[in-house]
Design a protein around this ligand. Structure first.
Ligand SMILES: Nc1ncnc2c1ncn2[C@@H]1O[C@H](COP(=O)(O)OP(=O)(O)OP(=O)(O)O)[C@@H](O)[C@H]1O
Ligand SMILES: [Mg+2]
Length: 588
């Protein structure tokens, strides 16, 4: 984040890319440009009219003309106000339209990124990309480039008129300008630095608070509140310091500009008054110059601010484009349809590593016939969850081949492949919303009757009915108001509804009472009936019923066979069995 400080403001290729998103709104863009020019041209008109009034009509007491010109002034004022309104409305409208599109594009991209990307990118970062950074891009339009062009054009127009009226008077009044430029530069730099610190502090605060609230159970259960609180205060202090530094720069800069303006006016009046006495400068010009100088200083004062805004917008857009440009998604080039898949699975010398060459699965081969149940057992970290993640193509394998019905996974259309494979994960994630929505995942093709039917099959209907609101019971974020077992049962219904050819089940490790155990066992039986199932099992009842048990150890297959065969071998599985089930008394 810190390397952004020294970037140049004008990275034109980046700017061009930002503006390419305005292409659908080209007409509004041109309109805002036209208004910019119009505003610049309009701005010197009113002072000029005043000059005319003073010099021509007041001195000659031409009353009729005085009335006319007053009316013209009022009309000009109205016109200018209207143009200014249109300008600000349209540039902001443009900015909002662009970020609306951009946000959709970024979100669409993020949703399609592969899981490996999420493994290495903090959630907070991606949230910032889709929300805050894009907001900053809006400023490129609303306060940034167009408005800078508008100010510069206006300054040029006013300077042009001033030089045209009286170049010596202009030079005299502009003589303090170098000081102003220096002051502006100092201001821009220091505010820029402070704002970067503010942004970093805000990001740190966000990340800190978000993570602590998510992990509140740990914080409170271990009485870590005070320690965490101390850390929070430190970050918060940094935030205040950075903000105060920025405020300091503002409070110094604005009065300094006022002083410079006063000196400019003073010099102008001093020099001009002498000339007026000698009839070299008219009173009208003097009055008009006072207005011109005021009009020059107003935009100059905020120009520095706008440059900062632009710069921040550019930094933000660079980050957003980086997300947009990442090609880390699972290739979807397969042509085979997965409709009517029978579910015969073949792992053929499969090697897989999440990162680099650290293989988590080593030379894994097995075969599951259509309709069979395969149980995966092994110690924690042995690679069970990994096997099912690669079957779903959440990750891409490095070596070997996985096929279903004889066709390589990559040759299937990705969405179809995944929709034929139902998953119940170890750690069930529920979204905030009703139970009903969590089951259907907002798929309108699934009817209420189907949901209730599936729930009855699983044996969850009565449980859901007695929740407040029944199927409309609102699940809180991450489903924290339901128990682990309940959450998994809900995801059973979800999987059953999609009627997949292959079912993947990562059993929750939670130990439950006998009654729930029976409920879950019944549900699992229903779930795997009539389809190929790969079950990561912790319950002996599930394991012993499997057609095939695969014993994994550190990513390698140790043993394979049925429950009886493996027990007879008295090998690794036997040991595991004795340790896990016989000792704990859960053997059947
Ligand atoms: N997203 C990931 N990125 C990097 N390494 C991972 C990732 N997920 C798992 N691993 C590593 O891969 C190995 C296998 O993990 P896996 O989740 O497959 O184990 P498991 O057999 O399901 O264990 P458990 O019974 O505890 O669920 C572990 O050493 C783990 O540290
Ligand atoms: Mg696991």
């Amino acid at each position: 984040m810190n390397n952004v400080k020294n970037r140049q403001v004008f990275d034109f290729s980046l700017l061009r890319r930002v503006f390419s998103f305005a292409a659908p709104y080209k007409r509004y863009f041109y309109l805002s440009m036209f208004l910019t020019v119009l505003l610049a041209l309009l701005s010197p008109v009113r002072p000029y009219l005043i000059q005319l009034t003073v010099d021509k009509y007041i001195t000659s007491q031409w009353v009729q003309m005085l009335i006319t010109i007053t009316i013209v002034q009022i009309l000009m004022l109205l016109l200018e106000t209207l143009v200014r309104f249109l300008f600000s409305y349209i540039t902001n409208w443009l900015g909002q339209s662009v970020i609306k599109d951009l946000r959709v594009a970024v979100y669409r991209k993020v949703v399609r990124l592969n899981l490996a990307y999420f493994d290495k990118t903090p959630i907070g970062t991606l949230t910032t990309r889709t929300i805050n950074d894009i907001e900053a891009i809006n400023d490129i339009f609303s306060e940034g480039i167009i408005s800078i062009v508008a100010d510069v054009l206006m300054i040029l127009a006013i300077l042009g008129v001033m030089f045209h009226e009286d170049w010596r008077l202009t030079l005299i009044s502009l003589s303090p300008f170098p000081v102003l430029i220096l002051a502006t530069y100092w201001f821009k730099e220091s505010v820029n630095k402070s704002f970067h610190r503010v942004r970093n502090a805000v990001a740190a605060l966000n990340a800190f608070v978000q993570e602590r609230i998510t992990g509140m159970v740990v914080v409170q259960a271990f009485s870590a509140e005070d320690r965490e609180f101390g850390k929070f205060r430190t970050i918060n202090k940094d935030h205040r310091k950075a903000n105060i530094d920025a405020i300091f720069a503002y409070s110094v800069f604005f009065p300094v500009v006022e002083i410079i303006l006063a000196i400019s006016l003073g010099l102008m009046v001093w020099w001009g008054a002498n000339k007026v006495l000698n009839y070299e400068v008219t009173q009208g010009v003097m009055i008009a110059f006072i207005m011109y100088l005021n009009m020059l200083f107003r935009p100059l004062r905020i120009l520095a601010d706008k440059f900062n805004t632009l710069q921040m917008g550019m930094v933000a857009s660079e980050r957003v484009f980086k997300v947009l440009d990442s090609d880390e998604h699972i290739a979807d080039k397969g042509m085979h349809t997965a409709v009517g898949m029978k579910g015969e699975i073949e792992f053929d010398h499969v090697w897989f590593a999440y990162k680099d060459e650290r293989y988590v699965l080593k030379d894994v081969s097995f075969h599951a016939k259509s309709g069979q149940t395969v149980a995966l057992v092994g110690h924690t970290g042995s690679g069970k969850t990994t096997i099912i993640s690669i079957l779903n193509r959440l990750y891409e394998i490095q070596k070997g081949r996985i096929s279903i019905d004889g066709i390589s996974l990559q040759d299937y259309k990705l969405a179809e492949l995944r929709s034929r494979i139902g998953v119940v994960l170890q750690d069930v994630f529920l979204f905030s919303g009703s139970i009903y929505e969590n089951i259907t995942l907002r798929n309108p093709a699934i009817s209420r009757e189907q949901v209730e039917h599936a729930a009855r099959l699983i044996g969850m209907h009565d449980f859901i009915q007695q929740l407040p609101g029944g199927y409309d019971y609102q699940v809180m974020e991450r489903g924290s108001t339901l128990s682990l077992g309940q959450r998994q049962l809900i995801s059973f219904i979800r999987a059953l509804l999609y009627n997949p050819s292959i079912l993947i089940l990562d059993e929750a490790t939670s130990s439950v009472d006998t009654e729930s155990e029976m409920l879950i066992q019944h549900a699992i039986d229903k779930l795997i009936a009539g389809r190929t199932a790969i079950v990561i099992a912790h319950r002996l009842s599930t394991i012993s019923k499997a057609d095939q048990i695969i014993v994994l150890d550190k990513g390698e297959i140790r043993e394979m066979g049925t429950h009886e065969e493996l027990l007879r071998q008295e090998g690794y599985y036997h040991k595991l069995y004795m340790m896990q089930f016989v000792k704990s008394g859960s053997a059947v």
